[in-house]
Design a binder for this molecule. Structure first.
Ligand SMILES: *[C@@H]1O[C@H](CO)[C@@H](O)[C@H](O)[C@H]1NC(C)=O
Ligand SMILES: *[C@@H]1O[C@H](CO)[C@@H](O)[C@H](O)[C@H]1NC(C)=O
Ligand SMILES: *[C@@H]1O[C@H](CO)[C@@H](O)[C@H](O)[C@H]1NC(C)=O
Ligand SMILES: *[C@@H]1O[C@H](CO)[C@@H](O)[C@H](O)[C@H]1NC(C)=O
Ligand SMILES: *[C@@H]1O[C@H](CO)[C@@H](O)[C@H](O)[C@H]1NC(C)=O
Ligand SMILES: *[C@@H]1O[C@H](CO)[C@@H](O)[C@H](O)[C@H]1NC(C)=O
Ligand SMILES: *[C@@H]1O[C@H](CO)[C@@H](O)[C@H](O)[C@H]1NC(C)=O
Ligand SMILES: *[C@@H]1O[C@H](CO)[C@@H](O)[C@H](O)[C@H]1NC(C)=O
Length: 541
């Protein structure tokens, strides 16, 4: 049977309780009902033991009943039998036990027309939905119910053998009962006496009570779901239901109570079931299952909360949370950006070194096949004295060739060295510049301003057009405060865009900042570098 089903049987027929009557009493509440033509035995009397001598009388008449079992009405020990009863038998009966008189009323009724029962003599039986079981009442004193065959009918129609009904001994079970199973159930059992078969019938009015749905508790939590929890952290599992009265909540695991399952494990604490009112005035029921610390073994266990009142259950299962990659990803991208920024900064700082290194490496070595003769044409304000003792002359005629030509194997065309002023100047210069890959313009400071200014500016102006388009220009300032205002726009533009390299009178060493800049702006060297370590490199490439 369903463990949570419970039923109530209420009997509407008079209890078989002896009613004490005074000698002159006519009021009698103790009653026996019998259908006309059916046997009945009247047993009730003050003598519960059955050991005392009892004498039955009808309606105070002093004539006692015979004990002859052949007689229709006879007394057998303390019991008065009517086999069968007839309408005339109805009335008051008394029995005397040790000077005390008890009284009983016998009611003999007839069934209503066309029916198998009389509505005023029903047994009453109310049961709750689920599994219903009714018992054929008050037949055990007549027959052995374990052997008797009880026949059932509903509203006087015999019940067809069906899965729904199960008649066993004196009971009838109704499965999957519904409200429509309400009705008048009549049971009939055969009673044999003195070679004759009699029928004993009783009719039961079955009422089916349905629990009001609003009062049935409804499970809110858990909901057959998974809850993520870190190993070692505490968790609080909540069983929640709404509505219901005296709701019973039970936490179960593997068909046993959770506290029983965990035994003396103090990590598991189960609270009491408690109720509270919602805003809508409905009752909320709650019971906690707390873990102070989650262990490996708790994972993947289904903890069920059962609500006894509504026969409902639901589980929650604990699982390890998915690893969280987000912080790692953020850290990765932050460091990536940091690295990129550093690389960009490093490239900015070491751009020149990188380019120079690249040029000297195998990848950077390629022959320039532009057919030009010179790597650079050096243009500068030439002093007229010809002494070569001015800083400008020293720089251009001595320092520049010493480093660029000797150390780095550049080929320079220096005005004033490779062509002397006065020669068919414009033609030579024209030719030389067109044969050069770079145009180096050396600018003097305020002091050098006056030296052959006109000549110099004339040259610059002359090749302004050329500068604009084809040839790359390198500006070198020999002194601070070089004034560009008088320069052609193209030079100003170059100064603005590319800047000028400033000569600070450093040594003619190759790795100083000036020379690095210089080499950076110069085309890649074609011939062998003079640095001795490179000679081996060259062989390898
Ligand atoms: C039942 O019997 C016992 C002795 O057998 C007796 O003492 C007792 O009073 C009796 N009870 C009644 C109600 O007659
Ligand atoms: C009952 O009555 C019989 C005779 O009528 C008698 O022999 C017997 O002793 C009585 N029993 C009791 C318990 O009084
Ligand atoms: C029963 O007895 C009373 C008196 O004790 C009498 O008035 C009544 O008529 C009798 N009834 C029957 C049905 O014998
Ligand atoms: C019992 O059976 C006998 C013989 O068959 C018969 O004479 C008698 O009337 C029967 N008694 C009853 C109460 O039916
Ligand atoms: C029964 O009643 C008679 C007379 O009324 C009395 O003498 C007797 O003692 C009573 N017996 C009992 C057991 O009460
Ligand atoms: C049903 O039984 C009652 C007595 O309990 C009786 O008064 C009534 O007449 C009976 N009904 C029918 C239809 O016989
Ligand atoms: C669950 O219960 C069954 C039977 O009581 C038992 O054999 C089994 O070991 C239990 N499982 C766990 C995980 O305790
Ligand atoms: C379980 O945990 C909840 C929430 O943390 C708390 O309110 C409750 O009191 C705890 N119950 C028990 C029995 O420890």
């Amino acid at each position: 049977m369903h463990p949570f089903a419970f039923f109530v049987i209420l009997s509407g027929l008079a209890a078989y309780k002896a009613q004490l009557c005074s000698n002159d009493a006519v009021v009698c509440e103790d009653m026996f009902y019998v259908s006309n033509g059916e046997p009945v035995r009247m047993s009730s009397c003050g003598d519960i033991n059955g050991s005392a001598n009892v004498t039955w009388f009808k309606n105070d008449s002093q004539i006692s009943f015979t004990s002859d079992p052949q007689s229709r009405i006879h007394q057998n020990e303390n019991v008065l039998w009517f086999i069968p009863a007839s309408l005339d038998d109805a009335g008051l009966y008394t029995c005397n036990v040790r000077n005390v008189t008890y009284c009983t009323r016998l009611i003999v009724f007839e069934n209503e027309e066309g029916l198998c029962y009389n509505r005023s003599t029903l047994f009453y039986n109310e049961q709750y939905l689920e599994a219903i079981k009714i018992v054929c009442p008050s037949i055990t004193d007549y027959v052995d119910v374990s052997k008797a065959q009880v026949k059932w009918s509903k509203n006087c129609n015999p019940l067809q053998p069906e899965d729904k009904y199960l008649a066993l001994a004196d009971s009838l079970s109704i499965k999957n009962s519904v409200k429509e199973d309400e009705g008048l159930y009549t049971c009939a059992v055969q009673f044999h006496y003195n070679g004759t078969e009699y029928s004993l019938t009783r009719t039961i009015e079955l009422k089916i009570a349905v629990l009001a749905t609003s009062s049935s508790p409804m499970m809110l939590n858990p909901s057959n779901s998974i809850q993520k929890v870190e190993l070692g952290s505490p968790i609080s599992l909540k069983c929640e239901a709404i509505n219901g009265v005296d709701v019973i909540m039970i936490w179960m695991y593997n068909n046993s109570f959770v506290d029983e399952f965990y035994g003396s494990d103090t990590r598991v604490i189960i609270g009491e079931t408690f109720s509270s009112k919602t805003e809508d005035g409905e009752l909320m029921w709650m019971r906690y299952l707390n873990f102070t610390e989650i262990k490996e073994e708790d994972y993947n266990r289904k903890f069920y909360c059962q609500i006894a009142n509504s026969m409902s259950e639901a589980y929650v299962m604990l699982q390890r949370p998915d690893p969280n990659f987000q912080p790692f990803l953020i850290a990765f991208f932050v460091s990536l950006i940091f690295v990129i920024i550093n690389i960009v900064i490093a490239i900015k700082i070491f751009k020149i070194d990188i380019v120079l290194w690249y040029r000297t490496s195998c990848f950077g070595r390629k022959n320039l096949k532009d057919g030009k003769l010179y790597d650079a044409y050096i243009m500068y304000p030439k002093s007229l004295s010809g002494t070569n003792s001015y800083p400008m002359d020293i720089f251009v005629l001595k320092v520049l060739p010493e480093v660029l030509e000797v150390q780095f194997s550049y080929r320079l065309f220096i005005f004033g060295r490779d062509v002397l002023p006065g020669e068919a100047m414009s033609d030579v210069i024209d030719e030389a510049i067109s044969q050069s890959r770079r145009l180096v313009i050396v600018l003097g400071g305020i002091q050098t301003r006056n030296y052959l200014k006109d000549d110099f500016e004339q040259q610059i102006a002359m090749y302004d057009a050329l500068i604009r388009n084809k040839i790359k220009v390198i500006l070198i300032e020999l002194e601070k405060g070089t004034d560009y205002t008088s320069m052609p726009e193209s030079i100003q533009y170059i100064k603005q865009k590319q800047g000028a390299i400033r000569w600070k009178g450093e040594f003619t060493q190759a790795n100083t900042k000036f020379w690095k800049h210089m080499r950076y702006y110069m085309p890649p060297t074609q011939a062998k570098n003079l640095q001795h370590s490179d000679s081996t490199n060259l062989n390898r490439c």
